[in-house]
Design a protein around this ligand. Structure first.
Ligand code: PEP
Ligand code: MN
Length: 355
């Protein structure tokens, strides 16, 4: 049973929250009322739903526009929905939506991004661009560029994980490395995280949200429903208002730099030490690559095959053991060495194929 706080709380960072889909006026009203009490100022709900399989609930469409306007009028929240075509954009602009988002499947299609960019051209609306379903940095960056060319300037990004093959813990792979790489390439664009679509299950949303906040991302988009078990889409991953309330209370925004001068100085000195270690790592990798090339030349002369699986198993076994003894995760070290091995095999391949 959700208990209303006496005064609306202040959230520690910007959060867009609301149901996956708008279903009924009452569902929107109840969810929005609870979220408003928790300090949410930006309310989301999908009107047109891009579903993986046909025959699923595909959203209430245009008739939900008036329900969203009602949320804005009653609770003073800004309203936000997903657009994937010029027709969606035109309807939403006419209805005065404050914010819109491009879904992961739409960002994947340059035709659709172009169509939306042209329809949005010059409109005073905030646009959130989700990452494409596959971890393709150029496709995401290309979408942002297409929009900017058409004068869509108030852009923020939302990271929602990427699709993966086979059974996994989360619905989408968090692949934080991809998020960090993109955030670093576009430091000036506000970067949000959608832990709901990464998780696929309400139980994992808080831990992913905390991770995003600890990384220093700028905000969150979270799916929340007054009765998730009755939701017509993404039922498993939507938080109840109570769960949302408990989660936001555990979020502690970290500052970009330490306030204390001594601590800042100490951090600076550790950073210098890390720089020196990184330089040493690069030097060692370069020496290792030179040894690989020398081995490639010997294999070429002796007509020996590049791939020596027994030898490779021995190398991996040894580094895993060493990692374990030094208290490093052996799986991490194995991943690292697989990359090194791949590069070394490719060097030897080019040596052997030279005439
Ligand atoms: C959504 O936000 O409801 C949605 C469909 O998300 P995504 O595009 O990230 O799958
Ligand atoms: Mn959803």
């Amino acid at each position: 049973m959700y208990t209303r706080p006496v005064l609306a709380r202040k959230l520690p960072l910007p959060v867009i929250a609301g149901p996956c889909s708008a279903e009924t006026p009452a569902q929107l009203e109840l969810t929005a009322a609870c979220l408003r009490d928790e300090g949410v100022e930006w309310f989301r709900a999908g009107l047109w739903k891009p579903r993986t399989s046909p025959g699923c609930f595909e959203g209430v469409g245009e008739k939900g526009i008036a329900w969203m306007q009602e949320v804005r009028n009653r609770f003073g929240m800004k309203i936000c929905t997903e657009v994937a075509s010029a027709a969606h954009v035109e309807l939403c602009l006419k209805a005065g939506f404050d914010m819109l988002w491009l879904g992961a499947r739409t960002t994947t299609s340059p035709f659709l991004v172009q169509e939306v960019a042209e329809a949005l051209s010059g409109a005073p609306v905030k646009l959130f661009v989700k990452n494409p379903v596959n971890p393709d940095r150029k496709l995401w960056a290309g979408a942002v560029e297409r929009l900017r060319i058409k004068g869509v300037n108030d852009i923020s990004l939302i990271y929602r994980g990427v699709s993966s093959f086979g059974e996994t813990l989360y619905r989408n792979d968090p692949c934080w490395g991809f998020a960090i790489e993109f955030r670093t390439a576009f430091p000036d664009i506000p970067f949000y995280c959608d832990p709901s679509h990464i998780a696929g299950n309400a139980a994992y949303v808080p831990i992913l949200a905390r991770k995003a906040v600890d990384l220093g991302l700028d905000g969150l988009m979270v799916e929340c429903h007054c009765r998730p078990q009755e939701a017509l889409s993404d039922s498993a991953q939507q938080l109840t208002p109570d769960e949302f309330s408990a989660m936001v209370r555990t979020l502690a925004v970290r500052r970009p730099e330490a306030e204390d001068a001594c601590c800042r100085e100490e951090m600076e000195s550790v950073r210098r030490r890390i720089d020196v270690i990184d330089d040493d790592i690069i030097t060692l990798i370069s020496e290792r690559m030179e040894a690989s090339r020398q081995m490639g030349r010997l294999k070429k002369e002796a007509g020996v095959a590049i791939l020596q699986t027994l030898r490779w198993e021995e190398v991996i076994g040894r580094v895993r053991m060493k990692a374990r003894n030094l208290g490093i995760d052996p799986a991490f070290v194995e991943k690292l060495f697989n990359e090194i091995h791949e590069a070394s095999v490719s060097e030897q391949n080019s040596i052997i194929s030279q005439l």
